[in-house]
Design a protein around this ligand. Structure first.
Ligand SMILES: Cc1ncc(COP(=O)(O)O)c(C=O)c1O
Length: 395
């Protein structure tokens, strides 16, 4: 099959064959339950999980492997962090501060908590998608339990000033959570250097398997108290009960390690491809605009608006490319991107926006092919003429 060129690495990534190899023995030969304390099958599985935990802790600069809680993915980690902290603070504090461009895993969790009587402040962002740390300071009140600001946005790739926001939180005596699904393994991130209390991330965004994630929960003082979402056998120190998926934990750790091995060189390569893509699009498609910050962004991320076309009509016209208009979950809902709207972009610009997620499998030839296919499709849809004319044509 002649498959489309995959340019949607923010949605998910292929599992690296080295990760598949690392996982292999843990499905069939070493299939033990890590909680089985009475025989060698259990001991071996437990040792594998603990080694994976150590490698993940090291990857994000955590002081202690016990600070890593395995989950099913970032969505669950976000829910556990936000609902867990707020519910544990009930009666003393009942307010969470987040921002308008967060992933639905954060925003919808905050909104669901409002039904339980908690309050949310959704901070606006600047036109480049950055949160102003001073706005965080202003939003924090006596009742604030948690600030949750993502490390890197999945649609526009904008990186947030995590250390500055963390410093504001620390000064105000408020916990700081960050959804780092898009950042870990792509850009340097150290929880202790940044002063992060809780960090969500997962394997499938970094060439690891789907179905496993982690929540970093800082130990020590001031204490992070979390009420678990699930109840059961007391695994993960009572924070996340359920038998651990040993192969997925092993694969997660292997995938993160591989990303960190060549983080700098791969980031430089992706930046080069992104520049090539942007240069090609600018040259071939007059009026194309870039969304988000030009520099303070994930290396493989580019979000552009094509003038006078709707991305919903454009994407089916480029079957040779696997692209998206926004986050996989949000675009499934068919709503205009809440992220792009929060940047203050015009409805036309939001309508014509396409997200490119460049990753490990991409090369220059693919980027050039993508530019050619898009230029042809935009021209065919009238996008090269003035936006006004094509808008009228499109109805
Ligand atoms: C920033 C961010 N948070 C959360 C998620 C959800 O992650 P998962 O699929 O691991 O639940 C994603 C994935 O789209 C994401 O990009």
């Amino acid at each position: 099959m002649n498959r489309p060129i995959y340019l949607d690495h923010h949605a998910t990534t292929p599992v690296d064959p080295r990760v598949v190899a690392a996982m292999a023995p843990w499905w069939t030969d070493d299939f033990g339950n890590p909680s089985s304390a009475t025989h060698a099958y259990g001991w071996r599985a437990e040792a594998a999980v603990e080694e994976a935990r150590e490698r993940l802790a090291e990857a994000i600069g955590a002081a202690d492997p016990r600070e890593i809680v395995f989950t099913s993915g970032t969505t669950e980690s976000d829910n556990l962090a936000i609902a867990g902290v707020l519910r544990a603070a009930r009666g003393r504090r009942d307010h969470v501060v987040t921002c308008a461009i967060e992933h639905p895993a954060v925003l919808d969790t905050c909104r669901a908590l409002e039904a339980e009587g908690f309050a949310t402040t959704e901070l606006p962002v600047a036109a480049n998608g950055r949160v102003d740390p001073e706005s965080v300071r202003d939003a924090i009140g006596e009742r604030t339990a948690l600030v949750s600001i993502g490390a890197a946005n999945s649609e526009i790739g904008t990186l947030q000033p995590l250390a500055e926001i963390a410093a504001v939180c620390r000064e105000s005596g408020v916990l700081f959570h960050s959804d780092a699904a898009q950042a870990v393994g792509k850009v340097p991130l150290d929880v202790r250097e940044c002063g992060i209390d809780l960090l969500s991330f997962c394997a499938h965004k970094l060439y690891g398997p789907k179905g496993v994630g982690a929540l970093y929960v800082r130990r020590g003082r001031p204490r992070v108290r979390i009420e678990p979402l699930l109840h059961g056998g007391g695994h993960e120190r009572g924070l996340r009960p359920g038998t651990l998926p040993v192969p997925l934990c092993v694969g997660f750790a292997e995938a993160v390690s591989l990303c960190l091995d060549d983080l700098e060189s791969e980031a430089a390569r992706l930046r080069g491809l992104r520049q090539r893509l942007w240069d090609g699009l600018r040259e071939r498609i007059p009026g194309v605009e870039r969304n988000g910050d030009p520099d303070l962004r994930l290396p493989g991320s580019l979000n552009v608006s094509f003038p006078g076309v709707s991305s919903d009509a454009l994407l089916p016209a480029v079957p040779g490319l696997a692209l998206s208009t926004g986050s996989a979950c949000a675009s499934a809902g068919g709503e205009p991107s809440h992220v792009l709207r929060a940047l203050g972009l015009s409805p036309e610009r939001v309508r014509g926006a396409v997200r490119f997620g460049i990753g490990r499998g991409n090369d220059e030839a693919q980027i050039d092919a993508a530019v050619a296919q898009l230029a042809e499709a935009v021209a065919a849809q009238g996008g090269k003429s003035s936006p006004g004319l094509s808008r009228a044509r499109g109805g």
